[in-house]
Design a binder for this molecule. Sequence first.
Ligand code: CIR
Length: 252
Amino acid sequence: MSRALVRGVSPSYDRAIVRDPGTPIDVGLARAQHGVYRQHLVRAGHEVREIPTDPNHPDCVFIEDTAVVVGEIALITRPGAASRRGEVEPVAAALGGDLGLVRMQGPGTLDGGDVMQLGGIVYVGLSERTDPAGAAWLSDLADQAGMGTRLVPVSGVLHLKSAVLPISEDTVVVTPDAIDETLLSGLRIVHEEDVERHMFSALPLGNDEVLVTSAAPRTASAIAALGLEVIPIDVSEILAADGGLTCMSILY
Ligand code: CIR
């Protein structure tokens, strides 16, 4: 059985960082949506472990940004947003029992949302949160694990996985015009529907099942047409703070 590390929604989640402030965030609804997400992980066969939430860290539910697991090693990140750096220690403590730890040191920064591992390649987004020095920490680990690294400049969105979502071992859903798609050569690309821009997110659950955001039904239909089973989930309050479905867990 594989493990999923999650972290509950903070009581201060309505003060999470948002790129485009506007929609108020409903913390209670976010908690309920997170609970449903957690249940899907359990149903898919993950052993779910939960770290207590932290009222001092509004964004701590987005646990993916704090650590990246490559093989038997967890790289404990130095998140790009200074206000999020205090989120990493409890995550390191939880992963340290199962995995070797490498702790990033400054000045580089890296968010796990900028990292996608697919087909033996680690793709690292260079974004407003992840810089070349941060990416270098990961490429060293990838080298040691016998994997290649590809750097993918990202603009106009928060992270690489805001624009490129794996849905199977060889297929990704890509937001149109967000990245140089030649950097994804070798992968099958499905485009996010333009009217659903920034509303699609996905998490492959294994057995050809993919958890998808219910806010993007047209893109979900395009995926279903490939023969994958799509399972929609309403995560409106997670999308409202620029999160998606990968960001609420670390799977290892
Ligand atoms: C942030 O700006 O850091 C959070 N509000 C959203 C982080 C989302 N993380 C992710 O998708 N990996």
